[in-house]
Structure formats: structure tokens, C-alpha cells
Write a protein that binds this ligand. Structure first.
Ligand code: OGA
Ligand code: NI
Length: 337
């Protein structure tokens, strides 16, 4: 029911009990490392070998990096953010039309992560869209704000192009043929999560999105340029990924971890909230085609060795992912061979 949405209420004086994490699971915001940053790769550089080396290094050590000169025009990023925030400012009755808590729906507005499975809620509303092929899905998207379909379709096309460029760099960085990853991932789906994190009166007690890894192949995140909130886990410590207005944040998903036989890492990340400002982000996920069989190339397994993960289809993986709680153990661990 749409009255579950956080954005249905304009201001909270305190957080409802259902959002309060037990003491041992709270974000401990004062322990977060804020000065460090994750690697930035300049995709506009002429030095391709250097780009590939930087991607290799970032994927191995962090599983996260930012890209600049990435080909998605700044104007398109800004329009995407603007229309997203306009959407969440629509009157509750308008948003209610799109509400669903069924993860199988290909267009839905929802809240938290998966309210049918989880015990504690996240301080987040989100709009989830399937985006590829566009002709199939755009007619089912919201038509209010009036520019929504246009702006989001343009952004989706540009992000997809970037995704394939990154898959090429990732393939080369693993010393595979440049088209390897794009080929094994099949006719990839593209999903989008438009995340809205309202101001939260007690940010120490809850999350915008609890720690998780992304179940797909590759994620491209457009962050609110003005408000920090994304954090990644590195060597047991949470590091803030400070927004950089022209950059997009890239992270390796579980499927690239499996396909690289564990060389590249789908790392834990989370979003925290704050009491001063709402925050938005737009995550674009490249997902293997459902029937694709996930199994690393022999070259990355080594003579006679066993792959780290057993062979499975993406369909099997994705179903498993949605039956679990977000911060259980790494979903890939269930697929170890
Ligand atoms: C996600 C995600 C982080 C953020 O949607 O999977 O990790 O900063 N979002 O919103
Ligand atoms: Ni994520």
C-alpha cells in the first residue's frame, strides 16, 4: 500500500520503530573514513593502456571506481536528477498509482528494499524501472512529470553505451578479448533504481540502504552532487564516496566477480542518511540475460584448478537474491564450488 512510502509524510520528528536497527548493526557514522576517496579513471585519456591498468587495479582492490570524461553529457545527468526529484515531489495520490511491493514487477514505486522479507526497514523510497529494450518498457513508465519518459530514455541510452565501453575495458584488463564480457552476458537487461532518501531525524539508528552487494554484472551510479551518503567497505572500514559532480560511480556486481573467477570484487556498500538534507541517486544496472550460464573462462581458472563458483544461470541467482535479506552473507558464497 502506498501509505508505506516515506515520501507520503512530509516531515518526521523521530523515526518509527520499524526503522531502528539493533545497537550492534548501526552505522557508527563517527567511525567512517571521510578523507580518502576511491580511484578515479579518466576515460577521455589518450593513453588506453593506462586506462586499462587503472581499471584492473580499481576492480581488484576496491571493486569501485569513479569515471570522468565518460561520454554521458553533464546536462543529461542534471536533467535525470531534476526529473527524479520532481517525481518524488509529486502529490501522494499521483505516486500511489505506481506503488507495488512485488519484486517481479517491471515498473514499480516501492519503499525500503523488500518489505515482505526484511525485519527492519530502510529509510528509502525507490522507483524501479526496466529499461531495455526501451520501446518495450517506456510506454509503461510514469508520464508525470511530462518530461520523465524523454529524459530518462536519453539517459538510459547514454549509460548503456558507457556500460559497454566499461565491459570492454574490463575484458581487456583481464587479458580477455575485448568483446568477451559483452558476449558472455548475452542480450543484457538494464534496470534502474531511482533512490530517494528523505531527511532522517535519527541517522545514527538506521540506513538509507543497508550494506549489500549488487547482484547484477555492472552498476553505474549517478550520485546527488550535493549530498554525500554512499559508503564502501574496504579492509573492514567504511569509506565515504564523496560526490564529484561530473563523475559517475562504477561498481562490479556479483556476476563479474564470478566471471572473473573472484579476481574482481563485488564489494559491500551502503547508503546512509542525514538530518539536514534529502538525497537522491540513480543506479543503472546491467544484468546478464536470464538464461545466461555464468562460468569463468578457462584462462582465469588455471590448469586443472576448480572455478571458485559453481556454474549457474543468472535466473537462478537472481531468484535466490530476492528471497534473502539484503545484508545476509554475500549471495555468491551460496554458489561456491
Ligand atoms: C543501489 C545502491 C547507493 C546509493 O541502489 O544498489 O547501492 O548511494 N545505491 O544510493
Ligand atoms: Ni548497490
Amino acid at each position: 500500500m502506498a501509505d508505506q512510502l516515506l515520501s507520503a509524510v512530509s516531515d518526521y520528528a523521530s523515526i518509527p520503530e520499524g526503522y531502528v536497527r539493533p545497537e550492534s548493526q548501526r552505522p557508527r557514522l563517527n567511525e567512517v573514513i571521510r578523507g580518502a576517496n576511491i580511484p578515479t579513471v579518466d576515460l577521455g585519456s589518450e593513453d588506453e593502456p593506462q586506462i586499462i591498468a587503472q581499471v584492473a587495479d580499481a576492480c581488484r582492490s576496491f571493486g569501485f571506481f569513479q569515471v570522468v570524461n565518460h561520454g554521458v553529457p553533464l546536462e543529461s545527468m542534471q536533467k535525470m536528477m531534476a526529473v527524479a526529484s520532481e517525481f518524488f515531489r509529486l502529490p501522494p495520490e499521483e505516486k500511489a498509482k505506481h506503488y507495488s511491493d512485488d519484486p517481479a514487477k517491471k515498473m514499480r514505486l516501492s519503499t525500503s528494499f523488500n518489505i515482505k522479507k526484511e525485519t527492519v526497514r530502510n529509510w528509502r523510497d525507490y522507483l524501479r524501472l526496466h529499461c531495455y529494450p526501451l520501446e518495450e518498457f517506456v510506454p509503461g513508465w510514469p508520464s508525470n512529470p511530462a518530461s520523465f519518459r524523454d529524459v530518462v530514455s536519453t539517459y538510459c541510452r547514454e549509460v548503456r553505451r558507457l556500460g559497454f565501453r566499461l565491459l570492454r575495458a574490463i575484458s581487456l584488463s583481464l587479458e580477455l578479448e575485448e568483446g568477451y564480457m559483452a558476449k558472455v552476458l548475452g542480450e543484457q537487461e538494464q534496470h534502474m533504481a531511482v533512490n530517494y532518501y528523505p531527511k532522517c531525524p535519527e541517522p545514527e539508528l538506521t540506513y538509507g540502504l543497508q550494506a549489500h552487494t549488487d547482484p547484477n554484472a555492472l552498476t553505474i551510479l549517478l550520485q546527488d552532487p550535493n549530498v554525500a551518503g554512499l559508503q564502501v567497505l574496504k579492509d573492514g572500514k567504511w569509506i565515504a564516496v564523496n560526490p564529484q559532480p561530473d563523475a559517475l560511480v562504477i561498481n562490479i556486481g556479483d556476476q563479474l566477480q564470478a566471471l572473473s573467477n573472484g579476481r574482481y570484487r563485488s564489494v559491500w556498500h551502503r547508503a546512509v542518511v542525514n538530518s539536514d538534507r534529502e538525497r537522491m541517486s540513480v543506479a543503472s544496472f546491467l544484468c546478464p540475460s536470464n538464461s545466461v550460464v555464468i562460468s569463468p573462462p578457462e584462462k582465469l581458472v588455471g590448469d586443472g584448478a576448480r572455478p571458485v563458483y559453481r556454474t549457474y544461470t543468472y535466473d537462478e541467482y537472481y531468484k535466490k537474491f530476492w528471497t534473502r535479506n539484503l545484508d545476509d552473507d554475500h549471495c555468491l558464497e551460496l554458489f561456491e564450488s
